[in-house]
Design a protein around this ligand. Structure first.
Ligand SMILES: Cc1cc2nc3c(=O)[nH]c(=O)nc-3n(C[C@H](O)[C@H](O)[C@H](O)COP(=O)(O)OP(=O)(O)OC[C@H]3O[C@@H](n4cnc5c(N)ncnc54)[C@H](O)[C@@H]3O)c2cc1C
Length: 281
């Protein structure tokens, strides 16, 4: 028996865009005035009138404003990329759970997944950040986080170190674990938060298990409603919208879909390779 506690907003908050900023390639942030109490990790269904509503993390939260950052991957995000100051969007939410806020944290982000952990980074005390993208032009928030402890990784070596975030994470944990210090070591990484391509997050979860470090993963799946009805975001028996989007890696390990299968817009379950194929819908 499906039992869900719905917290659906009956009507969206329709708000004018008060600012729009071009980020990396095909990436844009729009800002709206909104005083909602949103926790790091939560998301909204962002409605573009006449187009559709899709899930987006809150990427900025300050002074009564919320920001949303999009990467063009299909029709909705292409429309999002055309939004300008004065256009209107509707917000359903906030929805979903949030990250726990622990000290001695490492944040691992891949691509536009950075937008789902950026307010978390704002909240955390001096986290170690590992951030990767295909190339320099796909990195976002480089100015925003210029004073943070951050290691950039690019697949092509055009910025930061050449290689994957997972390699940098393994090194960081190896160093952290090898410290000749007591369990109370202030610098020891105790929790890893991650969002990005699922193949990356799966590897991050495995590395954390190997080094016996906690890990929380922000999952992304197709979603039409955001409150547990459409079923597209199902991950075995869990829904990303209401049981997540943040999952503990130990919980994910029990869900065989993680890193393997996902549902298309039609709800048909397919291997992740097909899910991410351009013509899979
Ligand atoms: C909780 C949550 C938070 C999100 N936050 C952000 C965000 O801050 N910024 C952002 O750019 N995107 C975010 N997304 C993903 C975003 O919702 C999708 O990129 C968007 O719905 C794509 O719509 P589209 O019509 O442009 O492309 P579509 O035609 O729907 O999809 C094109 C391709 O993108 C991939 N894709 C689409 N939707 C998803 C998804 N939900 N998860 C993984 N891959 C997907 C698939 O590979 C698909 O083949 C989030 C998703 C979730 C579930």
């Amino acid at each position: 028996m499906l039992s869900l506690e719905l917290n659906k907003t009956e009507m969206p908050k329709v708000l004018p865009i008060v600012g729009a900023v071009r980020e990396g390639k095909g990436q844009k942030t729009v800002f709206v005035k909104c005083n909602d109490d949103v926790k790091p990790g939560q998301f909204y269904m962002v409605w573009i009138p006449g187009i559709d509503a899709k899930p987006f993390a809150v990427s900025y939260k300050s002074k009564g404003e919320l920001g949303f950052t999009s990467q063009i991957v299909g029709p909705f995000t292409a429309e999002f990329d055309r939004l300008e100051k004065g256009d209107k969007v509707g917000l359903f939410g906030p929805y979903g759970n949030s990250f726990t806020l622990k000290e001695n944290a490492c944040v691992v982000a891949g691509g536009v997944g950075m937008s789902s952990v950026s307010t978390l980074i704002d909240f955390l005390k001096n986290p170690e950040i590992i951030y990767g993208a295909r190339s320099k032009e796909h990195l976002i928030y480089t100015k925003r986080f210029k004073n943070k402890r951050i290691t950039y990784c690019t697949d092509d070596g055009s910025f930061g170190r050449k290689g994957f975030t997972t390699e940098a994470l393994e090194e960081a944990l190896k160093n952290s674990n090898n410290k000749k210090s007591s369990k109370k070591d202030k610098n020891k990484i105790k929790i890893v938060y991650t969002c990005g391509p699922e193949v990356m997050m799966k590897k991050v979860a495995e590395i954390c298990e190997k080094y016996k470090v906690g890990c929380e993963v922000s999952m992304e799946r197709h979603m039409s409603c955001g409150f547990g009805i459409c079923g597209k975001c199902a991950l075995n028996g869990k829904f990303v919208c209401v049981d997540g989007p943040v999952f503990n890696a130990k919980e994910l390990k029990k869900l065989s879909d993680f890193g393997k299968e996902a549902r298309l817009k039609s709800c048909r379950k397919v291997p992740l390779s097909e899910y991410h194929a351009p013509k899979a819908h």
